[in-house]
Structures are given as structure tokens and as C-alpha cells.
Design a protein around this ligand. Structure first.
Ligand code: MN3
Length: 244
């Protein structure tokens, strides 16, 4: 049968398989004592796993959308049928954000100095005064977000990529508003409640011990100032299944 190449009919940044839960690059217990093993197991395996399952279920009846990346769906919700738009919004967002979140962290190495280096450090100092001032701003934004959501360090299209700290509600993602994420922390209660109970500020402070600044620097370099290209580059990153 001579059928046109399927991928030519699809938007760019597509995949042909079901959305999958990425594997962690480290053990559930690897971020102890800052993030406990039980929280990681529930958070990654159960919560993130259910976003992936629900996203696949929502797309079941819409084969034309099944090849699109989760980030593309999230940034093009107007192209998603109304009957599944809310489900795709919430679950594609949950999948994209958590996939990025696991990679934003790494086990702390004893004696290793923590903090950004190179051009990312210079940009943080230029935009916020110092790394410490940035961290305070990030913690305050995360602590101040009402209800469930995320706190982010982003590059904006202004001034060649000015840095900002922003928050998003639910599982909304900065690229829905043309901002490119470098670093993110999850402030949904499921991210910290088992260990920190209602002490969200304490969790936000402890979290710096497990930040992977090299990943943030990689994302800083990835930004090219063109909002149109961003989701495409990002989509490939988000969908790559982690190899452990
Ligand atoms: Mn979460």
C-alpha cells in the first residue's frame, strides 16, 4: 500500500509511541535525608505514573493526537478536543513538569560545593544581585504560592533572555507563556508532606542540597531566544526515556 509518510502529516516534535514514565537516574533513597525515599516512591511511581496513564487514556479516542509530544499538547490546548482538554491540560502538564523535575535533582556528593557556575551564575548575579538573593526570591515565591503548583527559574524573551522567578498553578508550564524553564521545584503537598508536613518553607530550603546545577546550566545554554523553536527542542528532552 502506498500511504503517505505518517510523520509528514503530524506537527513537528512528534513521537509514535505511548507516553511513558521516565526512569529515575538515581534510587528512590538517593536524595535522603532532604527528600525521603517513601516520598520519592509515591511521587514518581504513583503520582507521576498516574499522570502518564491518564494522559494516554485521554488520547485513546484521538489517534491524531497520540503522536504529539506532551509539551506540544500542553502548548496547543486549543487544538485538543473540548471533551478531553481538561484531562490533557492537567495530565500532560503533570507529565512534562515531573519529567523535568526528576532531572533537576541529583544526589549530593559529600564536600562538593553547591551552586551554579559559569554563565548561569553570572546571569543569576546580574538579574538578582547574588545567588543567595535569587534563592531567597525562589523560596519566597514557592512558599507564597497558594495551593498546588510549581516555582520556576525561567529565561524570558526580553533583553536576550532575562531571568525571572515565577510560579504556575496546578501543572501549568512556563512555555505556555513563552518562558523557558531552567529550574523548577514542586510545591504540591505530595512533594513534601510526609517529611515536612505543613512546613513548606523548610522543604524549599532543604531542596537546594539536591539541585543539579549542571542540568540548570545545560538548560540555560539550550535557550536560543526563539519561542517557536523552544517547545520543539524541549519536547525531545522531555520525552527521552531516562536510562539508568
Ligand atoms: Mn508532584
Amino acid at each position: 500500500m502506498n500511504q503517505p509518510a505518517r510523520k509528514d502529516l503530524r506537527p513537528a516534535g512528534v513521537i509514535s509511541k505511548k507516553h511513558q514514565l521516565p526512569r529515575l537516574k538515581y534510587d528512590h533513597a538517593a536524595l535522603e535525608p532532604h527528600i525521603d525515599s517513601r516520598t520519592m516512591k509515591l511521587h514518581h511511581d504513583i503520582h507521576h505514573g498516574s499522570y502518564v496513564d491518564k494522559l494516554n487514556a485521554a488520547l485513546e479516542k484521538f489517534p491524531d493526537l497520540r503522536g504529539s509530544s506532551a509539551l506540544w499538547l500542553l502548548c496547543n490546548l486549543e487544538k485538543v478536543p473540548a471533551e478531553v482538554r481538561v484531562a490533557v491540560h492537567n495530565n500532560a502538564g503533570g507529565h512534562v513538569n515531573h519529567s523535568m523535575f526528576w532531572r533537576a535533582m541529583k544526589p549530593g556528593a559529600a564536600g562538593e560545593p553547591k551552586g551554579p557556575k559559569g554563565p548561569l551564575r553570572e546571569a543569576i548575579e546580574r538579574n538578582f544581585g547574588s545567588v543567595a538573593q535569587f534563592q531567597t526570591r525562589f523560596e519566597e515565591a514557592g512558599a507564597g504560592l497558594f495551593g498546588s503548583g510549581w516555582v520556576w527559574l525561567v529565561r524570558t524573551p526580553q533583553d536576550g533572555g532575562k531571568l525571572e522567578v515565577i510560579t504556575t498553578p496546578g501543572h501549568d508550564h512556563p512555555m505556555m507563556q513563552d518562558r523557558f524553564p531552567l529550574l523548577l521545584n514542586d510545591v504540591w503537598e505530595h512533594a513534601y508532606y510526609l517529611k515536612y508536613e505543613s512546613r513548606r518553607p523548610e522543604y524549599l530550603k532543604a531542596w537546594w542540597s539536591v539541585v543539579d546545577w549542571e542540568e540548570a546550566a545545560r538548560r540555560f545554554d539550550l535557550f536560543n531566544g526563539s519561542a517557536e523553536d523552544l517547545w520543539e527542542a524541549e519536547g525531545g528532552q522531555v520525552l527521552a526515556t531516562e536510562k539508568s
